[in-house]
Design a protein around this ligand. Structure first.
Ligand SMILES: NC(=O)c1ccc[n+]([C@@H]2O[C@H](COP(=O)([O-])OP(=O)(O)OC[C@H]3O[C@@H](n4cnc5c(N)ncnc54)[C@H](OP(=O)(O)O)[C@@H]3O)[C@@H](O)[C@H]2O)c1
Length: 370
């Protein structure tokens, strides 16, 4: 058994912490590096427990011990020397790390879906080489379902829980506060993705992500409140294939870290009679006005997805800070997109420029709303 050295970027987040659990449980995985934005307390605990070669922080605040790496080169130092990189950074900040993996030809276990949403163009070589392994549970499911299919498939159906607003009276959604929106019915995740699940921006990202990972296969979305079916593929003869089980991110994380075919540990202990009734329905578009807007940015391409993402990041943070209403998030994305003059993406700087400009415009709209 060869030891695989894993870099965990975003180690202090929801995905990052679960990745460390997997690494802890498996003698064939070794933690090469950990990196976070500013949660030095947790980073130090992780360093003490796992003794990685590199512990790094992007935005240090206060007194940082000398053996914690900081400064402009943190990302390069965290990634170099790893056998596989788990990119579990949240938001557009994750794109640089994904591009670095491509440059260094290191397999990329990708939780940071924003990398593909805003910068898929820039990751084509790594995608073509089959070195981008999805960690999102839906895409991990599709990957596993496709693995044994020799024939072409008709389509991909991503399941969506519907987030915290699924059963909320429609006239209460606009003004629902963070305490209601952050109560995701089936998954425990970071704050941003939980809000994005309620607006369905997250699902729209997943549609775009699927377009990059599984080129030329049509993608649709179905509401499935129990999150037991983690997505489907539709086979040539019209029958369906899926992966089922209680929601547990450790399953796709382990699958990605042991990619392509190393032995897997048993993680799930559930049985079909634990699942109850499984329901599926069409998405109510009135409930999720941002969904189609963001999916359309993926179709339009160029800088549009990066602009939608930047507007969403600013709007979600403003919502979490209590500065705007939940209903404003979709409106801000719409308005920022309508003001944007798009251009083709040829470099990381092209994406970053669109991202910066969109943030400025979005912040201006937020301050007018406050
Ligand atoms: N959570 C899930 O179940 C789940 C499922 C599928 C996909 N994903 C995707 O996985 C990614 C991470 O989600 P999450 O829920 O784990 O997020 P999270 O709990 O908010 O954690 C985010 C992590 O990223 C770090 N980070 C933030 N900004 C950074 C920057 N500029 N540079 C370096 N590190 C930075 C944070 O460090 P600090 O703690 O220091 O701020 C933290 O470690 C997202 O793209 C999300 O869409 C998540």
């Amino acid at each position: 058994m060869s030891i695989r050295k894993v870099a965990v970027l975003g180690s202090t987040g929801s995905v990052g912490k679960q990745a460390l659990e997997i690494i802890d449980a498996r003698p064939d995985l070794e933690l090469h590096s950990i990196l976070c934005r500013r949660n030095i307390g947790l980073l130090l605990q992780q360093k003490e427990k796992f003794l990685p070669s590199i512990s790094a922080i992007v935005s240090p605040e206060g007194n940082i011990p000398p053996d914690i790496i900081k400064g402009a080169e943190v990302l390069d130092q965290a990634v170099e020397g790893a056998d596989i990189v788990l990119n579990a950074i949240v938001g557009s900040a994750g794109l640089r790390a994904s591009i670095l993996c491509q440059k260094l030809d290191i397999p990329l276990a990708l939780a940071n879906k924003e990398s593909l949403v805003i910068g898929g163009e820039l990751l084509r070589d790594h995608l073509k080489a089959g070195k981008v392994i999805p960690v999102d549970s839906e895409h991990s499911t599709i990957e596993r379902c496709l693995q044994s299919e020799k024939r072409p498939v008709r389509g991909i159906t991503l399941t969506a829980s519907g987030g915290s607003v699924l059963l909320m009276p429609i006239d209460e959604i606009r003004t629902a506060g963070p305490e209601r929106i952050l109560k995701h019915p089936t998954w425990e995740m970071g704050a941003r993705i939980t809000v994005d699940s309620a607006t369905m921006v997250n699902k729209a990202y997943e549609v775009i992500e699927a377009g990059w990972l599984f080129e030329n296969i049509p993608v649709e979305v179905v509401i499935h409140p129990q999150s037991i079916v983690h997505s489907f593929i539709r086979l040539e003869d019209g029958s369906w294939k899926a992966l089922l089980g209680q929601p547990d991110m450790r399953i796709p994380i382990q699958f990605a870290l042991e990619w392509p075919d190393r032995e897997l540990d048993v993680i799930a202990g559930d049985k079909p009679f634990d699942w109850g009734t499984l329901a599926f329905s069409r998405m109510d578009e009135e409930r999720y006005p941002a969904f189609n807007t963001v999916v359309q940015t993926g179709i339009d391409g160029k800088t549009f997805p990066a602009v939608a993402n930047a507007a969403d990041e600013v709007a979600v943070q403003a919502f979490l800070d209590g500065r705007i209403l939940f209903g404003n998030i979709a409106e801000i994305i719409d308005e920022v997109l309508s003001l944007h003059r798009s251009y083709h993406i040829r470099s990381l700087e092209d994406v970053l420029e669109a991202d910066r400009n969109a943030r400025t415009v979005a912040a201006g709209i937020v301050s007018k709303l406050c």
